[in-house]
Write a protein of this length. Structure first.
Length: 466
């Protein structure tokens, strides 16, 4: 704890006592810097008249200036990993955070990433500051990857793209833009959603409300609820949509449902705001996973899209992503981009270069790009395999007749098990399976070898805990 040092020079004994008394036992004697000087003229006001000559003592006060700050609760997602690390049981399984693991449950660095990094070393690239908007080569390829290089929005220069600090930082930039230029406008977010969305909009002081998304009865999409909540929202709201692989449910609208969602958003003059954190990771195809965004862009709508390369290129710690704002004219896009830069400058000045160069090298090089697609298919394929095996194990072991097929209908890294908080606690406390308390498990952290154990844990928690 930091301590405040008070030195008493030329002070009366009673003056020093009164200082100690005032601090109610939170003092100790020590030596340190002089912060207050007591003497005949400038003494403790209550003892101004008396002086007993010069004595000197120093008081260190163990009262932190941060005393009023309460302990923050652990993060509901990243806190799960902390608890996992502290568990010494050999059976423990971390299905909390959405990070890809190999079948041996080890972190995985993509081969194309290693190749791109070698290229960067060979070229001896420097570490100069990037411009505020990020690496030009990255911004170009990231927008092309999202919309398709031949998309009119790109050809007509209608997209304002700014490199962000991964998906989170890009969402945060967009939230700041909304707060500044759309005062009072609310963001509609799905119920449930990725835990950090609410924090992001709260911190940016953007009001939000929820639209229905998950139907616990079917463990599927509450499409009617979603449509009617989007319809009921005040005109001109921002509608946050997960481009693919909805987190936490793993439930995505069908192409027909996406069309209807776009209809309602257009009717109500809302602004779609896509969060694309899993492009290529949901289906294994980069194009298929961008189809929702492209559908909206093809209708000529203005929209926002936050992108992340944490999952699909495994660049979690590089913090690389982008915010794209599709505008109705190139002129509007240029102005929006200038304002995004203005928001970024006092927040973090300019983004980091390493991840941006990796993405630019991989996406911009046809050979590496093809290798990346193959690796992504491999990762998405491994997750599909454990999804299937988990379903098979649950179906074989659970004799109650419960239908577990919703697990196969879900897509991406996660499965929403439908387990409630008490059941999720049982998974952790009894079975050492670490997961978020909303019943979400990350299949990316599961191996084929652990599927049967996980099935036992789920069946026990589902049937024996209310
Ligand atoms: C829906 C969603 N959006 C955004 C992110 C942002 O991740 P990152 O900041 O690592 O790119 C995540 C990560 O889990 C996510 O699931």
């Amino acid at each position: 704890m930091a301590s405040t040092m008070i030195s008493l020079a030329s002070a009366t004994p009673s003056a020093s006592l009164s200082v100690q008394e005032t601090l109610k036992g939170k003092t100790r004697l020590g030596s340190g810097s002089v912060s207050t000087l007591f003497n005949k003229e400038k003494g403790n006001p209550s003892n101004k008249k008396k002086s007993f000559g010069r004595i000197s003592m120093t008081v260190a006060v163990n009262v932190s200036r941060f005393e009023g700050i309460a302990m923050a609760p652990p993060d509901p997602i990243l806190g799960v990993s902390e608890a996992f690390r502290a568990d010494i049981d050999v059976k423990k399984l971390n299905l909390g955070v959405g990070a890809y693991r190999t079948e041996e449950l080890q972190p995985y660095v993509l081969d194309v990433v290693k190749k791109a990094e070698n290229l960067m070393l060979e070229r001896g690239e420097n570490k100069e500051y990037l411009p505020i908007e990020g690496l030009a080569a990255f911004n170009k390829v990231t927008a092309e990857l999202l919309f398709g290089a031949d998309n009119p929005v790109i050809e007509q220069q209608r997209v304002a793209t700014v490199q962000g600090l991964s998906g989170t930082g890009s969402l945060r930039l967009a939230a700041a833009l909304i707060e500044r230029y759309f005062p009072g406008a609310q963001v509609l977010i799905s119920s449930p959603t990725w835990g950090n969305h609410k924090n992001i909009f709260n911190d940016a002081r953007v009001p939000w409300s929820e639209y229905r998304y998950y139907d616990p009865k079917t463990v599927g999409l509450d499409f009617e609820g979603m449509i009617s909540d989007i319809k009921a929202a005040p005109e001109g709201s921002f509608v946050l949509l997960h481009g693919c692989a909805h987190n936490p449910t793993g439930i995505d609208p069908t192409p027909e449902q996406w069309e209807k969602i776009a209809d309602v958003i257009q009717e109500k003059n809302h602004i779609p705001f896509f969060d694309v954190a899993y492009q290529g990771f949901a289906s294994g195809s980069l194009d298929a996973d961008a189809s929702s965004v492209r559908l909206f862009a093809a209708r000529g709508m203005e929209l926002l899209v936050a992108q992340s390369y944490s999952k699909n290129l495994g660049l979690y710690a590089e913090r690389i992503g982008a915010i794209n704002v599709v505008c109705s004219s190139a002129d509007a896009a240029a102005r929006v981009k200038s304002q995004l830069k203005r928001i970024a400058r006092p927040m973090y000045s300019n983004p980091s270069v390493h991840g941006a160069r990796i993405v630019a090298n991989v996406v911009g090089d046809p050979a590496l790009f093809n290798e990346w697609k193959a690796e992504m298919e491999m990762m998405a394929g491994r997750i599909k395999n454990v999804r299937q095996k988990l379903f098979d194990s649950l179906s074989a072991k659970d004799k109650s007749g419960k239908d577990w097929s919703f697990i196969l209908k879900q897509i991406g890294m996660f499965s929403f098990t439908g387990l409630n908080k008490a059941q999720s606690d049982n998974m952790t406390n009894k079975w050492h399976v670490y997961m978020t308390k909303d019943g979400r498990i990350s299949l990316a952290g599961l191996s084929l070898a652990k599927c049967e154990y996980l099935a036992d844990a789920i069946i026990d928690s589902y049937h024996n805990v209310s």
